[in-house]
Design a binder for this molecule. Structure first.
Ligand code: CMP
Length: 251
């Protein structure tokens, strides 16, 4: 189309300027996006190179080296190599809370016992939940060990197994939790738990659990109910878990 009048010429010039501007803007954004990805990738490759050099220097067995390389590959694929907990640590408290709420929204949404929890409870929990990654075949803990931490599964699956490493009591996946029995009863772990695939877990320690249940007994009630049911499935007596059946819902 060829402009004929002055107005049409002016309109065409403006349109061409706008087009050129848009083109520059889009190309600029793509370039900066690629540059950012490259920085993260370069940092990741640098770290991997250091780890590889160390493993060769200390003659780490080849199969363990392979496991470690796979672990770093998983970290790259799942979070571009960033250590989220470290990023949060460097922030001032109000920003810490905002970022933790944003990052842990997934956790809250995926774990049914957190659904419907009040904002206060979520705020108490998000800064305390600690992320942990397990690779396929890793034991999270073994039967008989002492422990006072419970775990929430955000991604992946684990199997609850007997001491023989073969008898499987249960398979737990995204949104499930485990490890609550030792936490509640201060007794050794009643079973072993092993990662079936790459797992992203969040851990909740005894102190945080105790603080939370003072204000939010319903949360503890849910956890106790599950502990009691699992103890029965394992053929164990449900000793001290029955305390709080009369608690009222707080969220
Ligand atoms: P804990 O005893 O701390 O450590 C082993 C965990 O396995 C236990 O807590 C429960 O969370 C979990 N567990 C035990 N038995 C079962 C079961 N039958 N089904 C699901 N999870 C279980």
């Amino acid at each position: 189309i060829t402009p004929k009048t002055n107005a049409q010429t002016l309109y065409t010039i403006l349109l061409e300027i706008l087009g050129a501007g848009m083109y520059g803007y889009v190309i600029g954004n793509i370039a900066s996006l690629l540059a950012n990805v490259d920085v993260a990738r370069a940092q990741y490759l640098d770290k991997l190179e250091k780890v590889n050099t160390f493993m060769r220097f200390r003659k780490i067995p080849e199969d363990i080296q392979e496991n470690i390389r796979n672990y770093y590959e998983y970290l790259w694929e799942s979070r571009r190599g960033y250590d989220e907990a470290q990023v949060i640590t460097d922030l001032p408290p109000p920003l810490k809370m905002k970022v933790a709420l944003h990052l842990n929204r997934d956790v809250i949404e995926k774990v049914p016992i957190f659904k419907g929890a009040s904002d206060d409870l979520i705020r108490q929990l998000v800064l305390k939940l600690q992320p942990a990654v397990y690779t396929p075949g890793d034991y999270v803990f073994r039967k008989g060990e002492s422990g006072s931490t419970m775990f929430f599964i955000i991604r992946g699956s684990v199997e609850v197994i007997a001491e023989d490493g073969k008898t499987v009591y249960a398979m737990l996946t995204e949104g499930n939790f485990f490890g609550e029995i030792a936490l509640l009863l201060k007794q050794p772990r009643t079973a072993s738990v092993r990662a079936v695939e790459y797992c992203d877990l969040y851990t909740l320690d005894q102190d945080t659990f105790n603080n939370v249940i003072e204000d939010y007994p319903e949360f503890a009630h849910h956890v106790r109910q599950m502990a009691r049911q699992r103890q029965q499935e394992l053929g164990l007596e449900d000793s001290a878990i029955t305390h709080d059946d009369s608690q009222q819902s707080n969220y």
